[in-house]
Design a protein around this ligand. Structure first.
Ligand code: AMP
Ligand code: MN
Ligand code: MN
Length: 340
């Protein structure tokens, strides 16, 4: 692991700007596994800004962009990468706390690139870049790349603004989560002024369901279980179950989370021999610590991990860890509250 420069401000330090400041060069925009709108929107925004300055940019990662994000301007350029061709002046990773989340591409990127730039807002970031810009106060890396483009004096085109607006929109749950700050709205306002259209983005994300998607969603929601005096709720989807692709951009874990009493919500999705787990909290339990027990990560209120199946075994292990965290949190005062 390289031990490069560390910057933590809300604006990019000189070390972050240096590898991007010149006119022309070759850049790699490297995404994390199962890319979401925060990583795609930021890589596309920065890449498009560099291209406008004469750079040649390669966009890709271990998995292709999901069809649900096919509306991001420039996303057709983002490819699944197995090997990297040629050399790069800079490789940029955004929203990627752990180099393992590139499935080995980071090793190739290191060999092929003069500088690896790591731009992220996750508390568990491993600082694997030559230059690491980690701003834990940013709701999305979309906010950070907005500041970066401002510092680079890059013009905010509607395409760039739409990418960054979508990044911020999704990582904040449409501006609803506890990570939202005044800065989030200031940046969102600037992006809308620059041509991002909130109604277009909302419709593209949430109103492109297939005709039977709601029936499927109903089937899935029936499976929600609530336990531990209402403090724990989960939804488990076996791989032989209903077709999940119908609601691809649906944040299914938000349904168990939306129950008033719930402190921790879990979504278990069986994928072959593995089970993908999403964890959500409401501020009192640090779900990132639970995910970390299983080799995963994320944020205090939104984290995930991938554990071995079968589904029932994965659920047993993860739910036990959640219950331990809830019990720790409960402490003597909450215990007496429960006894009332
Ligand atoms: P998700 O539940 O997939 O929406 O992810 C929520 C948060 O947890 C995001 O910040 C992800 O980066 C992180 N996360 C999800 N799965 C993993 C994993 N297997 N390893 C590390 N972090 C993860
Ligand atoms: Mn992400
Ligand atoms: Mn993010």
């Amino acid at each position: 692991m390289s031990s490069g420069a560390l910057c933590t401000g809300t604006s990019p330090a000189a070390a972050v700007l240096a590898p991007l400041g010149r006119d022309g060069g070759r850049a790699l925009m490297l995404g994390h596994v199962h890319p979401d709108a925060d990583v795609l929107g930021t890589l596309l925004a920065l890449g498009l800004a560099l291209e406008a300055r004469g750079w040649s940019v390669t966009y890709g990662g271990p998995h292709p962009a999901p069809p649900a994000l096919d509306f991001l301007p420039g996303v057709e350029r983002y490819r699944r990468l197995a090997t990297l061709d040629g050399a790069f002046d800079v490789a940029v990773l955004t929203d990627c706390p752990n180099p393992q989340r590139t499935e080995g591409l980071i090793e190739q990127a290191r060999r092929a690139s003069a500088v690896v730039l790591n731009i992220d807002h996750h508390p568990d970031n491993r600082r694997y870049g030559d230059v690491n810009w980690i701003d834990l106060s940013a709701a999305a890396t979309g906010e950070m790349v907005y500041e970066l483009l401002l510092a680079l004096e890059a013009p905010l085109t509607p395409a760039i603004a739409t990418n960054l607006f979508t990044a911020v929109h999704t990582d904040t749950g449409s501006f609803r989560y506890s990570n939202v700050t005044p800065r989030t709205f200031r940046i969102a306002a600037a992006l809308v002024a620059a041509g991002a259209e909130p109604a277009f983005v909302s419709q593209a994300l949430y109103e492109r369901r297939a005709p039977d998607a709601l029936r499927w969603l109903g089937e899935a929601l029936r499976r929600i279980e609530v336990s531990d005096e209402g403090r724990l709720a989960w939804l488990a989807l076996p791989s032989d179950g209903v077709e999940e692709a119908l609601v691809e951009s649906e944040e299914l874990v938000n349904y168990p989370r939306s129950i008033a009493t719930v402190r921790v919500a879990c979504l278990f999705r069986e994928r072959g021999r593995e089970v993908k787990v999403s964890l959500r909290g409401k501020g009192d339990v640090d779900v990132q610590r639970i995910a970390a027990e299983f080799g995963g990560g994320g944020h205090r209120n939104a984290a995930g991990c991938t554990v071995d199946g079968p589904l029932a075994e994965a659920m047993r292990r993860v739910l036990a860890a959640v219950r331990r965290a809830l019990a720790e949190r409960k402490g003597p005062s909450a215990a007496s509250e429960a006894a009332r």
